[in-house]
Design a protein around this ligand. Structure first.
Ligand code: NOJ
Length: 531
């Protein structure tokens, strides 16, 4: 099987917030075309576009009205074809977002093919990911339909073979146009327990995450569509464990190439609820990633990510977005990119963009955030307390526009942006990307190493200094090479015995001492040894 995607780095674009070419305040396809060199120079192999299809934008394009039409605000099919051509001309591949757990309620299927959706006379107690019940009453049908996300995102009924055939035909249509793969939105939620039992406290996840036929459907999709093309596939899979991941990604099972785990993203959460915060313990993160690295070794394949359009900015989350922003952004990059798997960079991560704090809820656009705010307010939770959790976990942290330069709105638009730009754009932007010491150049080096150093693709993984609460250190080994990576996740100094080998990459100019490895705040250094 072709596995070019094992050495490639993916760059995720959230089109609405990337680059606006026509001054309407909304990013678009022509804007992306203008900025392709930013990605090509970085060494990106695969560009992943969040949804660009026709949509009423209840959930910014994750509610699709027409799978084969481009969202008018983003441009035309002609613009898309031009984008695809230019991505290929620059030696990159294009991965599309495939959202087939649900459609928009404005999709024509919802009116014309109700059997493609999930209906019940009585709702069960499942709660939607976006607050409230997961069921909505439809007066014309006098029945409830299931929506695990917003009520404008009805879930598709994968039990229906005609629906599945229609989805596969749509996928082939895009692949025949020349796209190079799919990121599959919440694809492990497509099979629901047919009895729809109530869940504990309204949490139905064990009845719809990795449901009874999830693997059958993916294998069918692979047979009917994926196997006919040389492409890359990644399944977004909340609630997938390591053993699920082995099943989804083992080559011989023919499902998907890799999955997005959520486990490491839940470690700063005190309960099943994402807004319930607790500080990260570094050992939890280390043990979790070790588990994924080791369990998938020679059995499946990992995706490596810190960020996407649903997660807060990593430098604010696990790093230090004040005094040590540069150091910690680079440290986090090295920590992730030297592991085994395919790394994903989310727009702005390569320049160390940070979380944002808007004062009022009205400045927030995200449906998940707004619904949660309303629900909590109605339960009497004070405004300040809710805002605190939004500042830490809200999805709009990742969705403020890309900061290109220090001009108005960070150079993202000449109009009024659909969501405000982070006020720190005059300091954090792409204009210094050619400086030897920029975060961008650091990423560029890592991406290049992944292409040329087999040990990063193939080496095994061993955690070092396991119990250390501040430093994440590991080694990768093959029969004739060794790579040792040290990452200080704290602003304190720590000392270790000096590892063997030559310095490969470092976020400080030189070592503090030649005898022992003294790690300064957020210092990262990797050593490489042959033989
Ligand atoms: C996961 C996507 O990443 C998120 O943005 C979206 O809201 C849900 N799936 C529903 O499609």
């Amino acid at each position: 099987m072709a596995d070019w995607w094992k050495k490639s780095t993916v760059y995720q674009i959230y089109p609405r917030s990337f680059m606006d070419s026509d001054g309407d305040g909304i990013g678009d396809l022509k804007g992306i075309i203008q900025k392709l060199d930013h990605l090509a120079e970085l060494g990106i192999g695969i560009v992943w576009l969040s949804p660009i299809y026709d949509s009423p934008n209840d959930d910014n394009g994750y509610d699709i009205r027409d799978y084969q039409k481009i969202m008018a605000e983003f441009g035309t099919m002609g613009d898309f074809e031009e984008l695809l051509k230019q991505v290929h001309a620059k030696g990159m591949k294009l991965m599309m977002d495939l959202v087939v757990n649900h459609t928009s309620d404005e999709h024509e299927w919802f009116k014309e093919k109700p059997e493609y959706y999930i209906w019940r006379d009585e709702p069960n107690n499942w709660r939607s990911f976006f607050s409230g019940s997961a069921w909505e009453f439809d007066p014309s049908r006098e029945q409830y339909f299931l929506h695990l996300f917003s009520k404008k995102q009805p879930d598709l009924n994968w039990e229906n073979p005609d629906m599945r055939r229609a989805v596969y035909a749509m996928m082939r249509w895009w692949l025949d146009k020349g796209v190079d793969g799919f990121r599959m939105d919440v694809i492990n939620l497509i099979s629901k327990d047919p009895d729809f039992p109530d869940g504990p406290d309204g949490d139905g996840s064990k009845y719809f995450m990795n449901g009874p036929k999830a693997h059958d459907y993916l294998q069918e999709m692979n047979r009917e569509v994926l196997s006919g093309y040389d492409i890359v596939t990644v399944g977004e899979m909340p609630g997938a464990t390591v053993s699920d991941a082995v099943k989804y990604t083992a080559e011989e099972r023919r499902e998907v190439n890799m999955i997005f785990t959520f486990e490491h993203m839940g470690l700063d959460q005190a309960s099943g609820e994402k807004w319930d915060l607790k500080p990260l313990r570094l050992t939890d993160l280390k043990f979790n990633l070790e588990h994924w690295q080791q369990a998938l070794y020679n059995k499946g394949w990992n995706s490596l990510y810190w960020n996407n359009h649903d997660q807060p900015r990593i430098v604010s989350r696990f790093g230090n977005d004040g005094e040590y922003r540069l150091e910690s952004a680079k440290m986090l990059a090295a920590c992730l990119h030297f592991m085994q798997g395919t790394p994903y960079i989310y727009q702005g991560e390569e320049i160390g963009m940070t979380n944002v704090q808007f004062e009022g809820i009205d400045e927030y656009q995200d449906i998940e955030t707004r619904n949660m705010y309303e629900e909590k307010r109605s339960q009497g939770v004070p405004h300040e307390k809710i805002m605190e959790s939004i500042y830490v976990k809200g999805r709009d942290n990742a969705r403020t526009p890309m900061q290109w330069n220090a001009e108005a709105h960070g150079g993202f638009t000449t109009g009024t942006p659909w969501i405000s730009v982070n006020p720190n754009y005059s300091i954090i932007n792409t204009t210094n990307k050619d400086d030897e010491k920029s975060i961008y150049q650091f990423y560029k080096k890592l991406i290049e190493m992944r292409k040329t150093m087999a040990i990063i693709t193939h080496g095994n993984f061993t955690l070092l200094h396991r119990e250390d609460e501040n430093v994440f250190a590991y080694k990768r080994e093959t029969s004739d090479e060794k790579l040792t990576v040290y990452c200080n996740f704290s602003s304190l100094q720590h000392a270790f015995p000096m590892p063997e080998g030559e310095r490969l990459i470092h976020n400080y100019d030189s070592l503090e001492s030649s005898e022992t490895l003294v790690l300064r705040p957020y210092e990262t250094v990797a050593f490489h040894k042959r033989g």
